[in-house]
Design a protein around this ligand. Sequence first.
Ligand SMILES: NC(=O)c1ccc[n+]([C@@H]2O[C@H](COP(=O)([O-])OP(=O)(O)OC[C@H]3O[C@@H](n4cnc5c(N)ncnc54)[C@H](OP(=O)(O)O)[C@@H]3O)[C@@H](O)[C@H]2O)c1
Length: 215
Amino acid sequence: MGFFVPPFGRDRTALIQREHSYPAAETAGYVVRIQTPSRLVITVTLIAAQSIDGFITRNDEPGTAFCSKEDQEYFFKALMSFDSLIMGRKTYELSRDAIHASRATNKLRKIWTREPELWKANEILESVEFTADQPKAILEELEKRGRRECVLLGGSELYTAFLEKELVDRMFITVEPRLFGSGKKLATREISSQFALEETSRLSTNVLLLKYRKN
Ligand SMILES: NC(=O)c1ccc[n+]([C@@H]2O[C@H](COP(=O)([O-])OP(=O)(O)OC[C@H]3O[C@@H](n4cnc5c(N)ncnc54)[C@H](OP(=O)(O)O)[C@@H]3O)[C@@H](O)[C@H]2O)c1
C-alpha cells in the first residue's frame, strides 16, 4: 500500500517507480511513501519501572527493590493480560525461583541468551524456553504458536534490542519518585521510533504510570 504526499523530491520518483513498479502517471511529481505493514499480528508491550532520571536499576544493584508496593501490585495484575513474555537471561536469573514456582503455566516465557544449550536443565517446554533467535524471529515463533499478547520484561539489553528493531507497540512505564544518578538505562542507544502518550495515571500519590503507543 502506498500513499502520496506533495512533492519534496521529484528526483526520487524514478527510483521509487523502479523499485515498486508504480506507473509513471501515478507517481509523477510525487514522492511515494511505502508503508510496509508489519507482518506480525502479535502485540508487543514493554513494561518497565524507572527512576525520575531514567534508570531501571539503582546504580549497580541488580533487581527492582526500588519499586513501590503499588507498582508491584499493578505489575502482577498487568501480567495477567499477556499470553507470552520475553526477558533477557540476566533478568531471568534474578527471578528464576519465582518463575519456576509460578502456577501461571499458560504463559510461554522465552529467555533470551546466546547460549541456550547451557540452560537446558531449566527448560520446561511450553512454559520456560531459552532462545538465541533474533527479536523478530522470537515473535514470529510465538505467533505461530498462537500467542497474541507478548510482554517484554527487560532488562536493558533486551529492551534496547526490541526497540531498535521497531518491534515494540506499547510501553507501560512506571516512574518511581527517585533519582539514582547512575544505573542501567531503559535503552542504551538512541531509538528512532516515536511514541504517543496515551494514558497517564497515578499508582499512588507519588508514583506515575505512563502508557505510550508507537506512532
Ligand atoms: N526496572 C525494571 O523495570 C527492570 C526490568 C527488568 C530488568 N531490570 C534490571 O535490569 C538488569 C538486567 O538488565 P541487563 O541489560 O543487564 O540484562 P538482560 O537484558 O536482562 O539480559 C542480557 C542477556 O541477554 C542475552 N542477549 C543479549 N543480546 C543477545 C543476542 N543478540 N542474542 C541472544 N541473547 C542475547 C545475553 O544472555 P547470555 O549472557 O546468557 O548470552 C545477555 O547477557 C537487572 O539488574 C534487572 O533487575 C529492571
